[in-house]
Design a protein around this ligand. Structure first.
Ligand code: NAD
Ligand code: TYD
Length: 355
C-alpha cells in the first residue's frame, strides 16, 4: 500500500487514477481539501476499495502517526502543498505552514514509523517528495537548463517554501538515514488542473469570451510537461530511483507564455468555433506583471532519462490538444470548481484589470 498526500489536487489525483488503472496496490489518500482539493477528481474511484480517502492535514502528527500505524504503507508520496505562485504573493503564511511546517511534521511522523520497522521493511521503504523546478530560480535567455546540481535560488514565497521542504527531506536522509527521493518537475498541464493556472485559466476565459490576461509582455518562458508524463516519471523514480538522489523531470518544451496562449487560441478556433468571441486570440489582454516574475525555467532531464530510462509520451502539440479536448468535454467539472472561492480569487488577483 502507498500513502499519497495531496491526492485530491491536480497532479496527485492524476497520479492516483493512473496508478490504480495499472496496479491493484491500494492507496491511502490524505488530503486537507483546501480550495485546490476536489474529490470530484476521484469520482471514477467511487466504491473502489483500493482507494481510501482521509481528510486531514499532513502537519497533524496524531493523524499521520495513526495512518502509518494502521496501513503500514511501503512508501509515502508527498504531493500536498500550497502550489500557486500568485496566491503565495497575496498570502504567504499558508505556504510556510503547509509546505515547510507541514512537511517537517510529516517527516517526523514518517521517521518515527520507519525507525520501528523490521530491517527488510526499512530497506524497502521510500519517502518520495514531489517538488518543483522553481526552487532553482530564474534563467537568462542563454543559460543552460537547470540540472540537479544547479544551486537553489528561489524567488517567490511559493518556491522558497518548496526549497525549504526539499532541504528538510535531504537532511532527513543525511542525518537519520530515511530513504528519501526528491523530484523537481517543470510546469505541468493537463486534465483536472484548477483554472487559476495559465493554461486552464486561458481555456476557461476564452470559452466565456473574457479577456486572456498575459502578465508583462508575455515573453516569460516555461518548460511544459503533460501531467501523465510527470506521473510516469514519479512511478519510475519510486520503482528504481537511487535513495537520497534528486531527479529533474521535464519535457524539453520551452515556450513563451504568448506562444502557449496563441496555441490554445488556435486549437479552440478549430474545436470550438461557436465561442462568444472569435478568433479567440482577439481576447488577449496584457496586464500588470507579477511582482518578481521569473523570466525563464528550463529543465535538463538527462539524469532521469539516462539512469531510469524515462521519456515523456506526449509532445507539447499532442498534450495540449488532449488538454483542450478534456476541458471542452468536462464543462461540469469546470463549472463546479469555478463557483464560490474561485470568483473571490479572480477579483483579488486581477483587481487592476478588466479580467
Ligand atoms: P494542487 O494545488 O492542485 O493540489 C495540492 C493538494 O494538496 C490539494 O488537493 C490540497 O487540498 C492538498 N493540500 C494542501 N495543503 C494540505 C495540507 N496541509 N495537508 C494535506 N493536504 C493538503 O497542486 P498540484 O499542482 O497538484 O501540485 C502537487 C505537487 O506538485 C506540489 O507539491 C507542487 O509543488 C508540485 N509541483 C507542481 C507543478 C505544477 O505545475 N502544478 C510542477 C512541479 C511540481
Ligand atoms: P502559472 O500557471 O501560474 O505557473 P508558474 O507561475 O508556477 O510558472 O503561470 C505560468 C506562466 O504564465 C507564468 O509565467 C505566469 C504567466 N501567467 C500569466 O501571464 N497570466 C495569468 O493570468 C497567469 C495565471 C499566469
Amino acid at each position: 500500500m502507498l500513502l499519497v498526500t495531496g491526492g485530491a489536487g491536480f497532479i496527485g489525483a492524476n497520479f492516483i487514477l493512473d496508478w490504480l488503472a495499472a496496479s491493484d496496490e491500494a492507496i491511502v489518500n490524505l488530503d486537507k481539501l483546501t480550495y485546490a482539493g476536489n474529490l470530484e477528481n476521484l469520482r471514477p474511484l467511487d466504491g473502489d476499495a483500493r482507494h481510501v480517502f482521509v481528510q486531514g492535514d499532513i502537519g497533524d502528527r496524531t493523524l499521520v502517526d495513526a495512518l502509518l500505524q494502521r496501513y503500514r504503507p511501503r512508501a509515502v508520496i508527498n504531493f500536498a502543498a500550497e502550489s500557486h505562485v500568485d496566491r503565495s504573493i497575496h498570502g504567504p503564511a499558508e505556504f510556510i505552514q503547509t509546505n515547510v511546517v507541514g512537511t517537517f511534521n510529516l517527516l517526523e511522523s514518517v521517521r518515527a514509523h520507519w525507525a520501528g520497522l523490521p530491517a527488510d521493511a526499512q530497506a524497502a521503504f521510500r519517502f518520495l517528495h514531489i517538488s518543483t523546478d522553481e526552487v532553482y530560480g530564474s534563467l537568462g535567455p542563454t543559460d543552460p537548463p537547470f540540472s540537479e546540481t544547479t544551486a537553489y535560488a528561489p524567488n517567490s514565497p511559493y518556491s522558497a517554501s518548496k526549497a525549504a521542504s526539499d532541504h528538510l527531506v535531504r537532511a532527513y536522509h543525511h542525518t537519520y538515514g530515511l530513504p528519501v527521493l526528491t523530484t523537481n518537475c517543470s510546469n505541468n498541464y493537463g486534465p483536472l488542473q484548477f483554472p487559476e493556472k495559465l493554461i486552464p485559466l486561458v481555456i476557461h476565459n476564452a470559452l466565456a469570451g473574457k479577456p486572456l490576461p498575459i502578465y508583462g509582455d508575455g515573453s516569460n518562458v516555461r518548460d511544459w510537461l503533460y501531467v501523465g508524463d510527470h506521473c510516469s516519471a514519479i512511478r519510475r523514480v519510486l520503482e528504481a530511483g537511487r535513495v537520497g538522489e534528486t531527479y529533474n523531470i521535464g519535457g524539453r518544451n520551452e515556450k513563451t507564455n504568448l506562444e502557449v496562449v496563441h496555441t490554445l487560441c488556435a486549437i479552440l478556433d478549430e474545436l470550438h468555433p461557436g465561442s462568444p468571441v472569435t478568433p479567440h486570440a482577439s481576447l488577449i489582454a496584457f496586464v500588470k506583471d507579477r511582482p518578481g516574475h521569473d523570466r525563464r525555467y528550463a529543465i535538463d532531464a538527462t539524469k532521469i532519462e539516462r539512469e531510469l530510462g524515462w521519456t515523456p509520451g506526449e509532445t507539447f502539440e499532442t498534450g495540449i490538444r488532449r488538454t483542450v479536448a478534456w476541458y471542452l468535454a468536462n464543462a461540469d467539472w469546470v463549472n463546479h470548481v469555478t463557483s464560490g472561492e474561485y470568483r473571490r480569487w479572480v477579483s483579488q488577483n486581477y483587481a487592476d484589470t478588466s479580467v
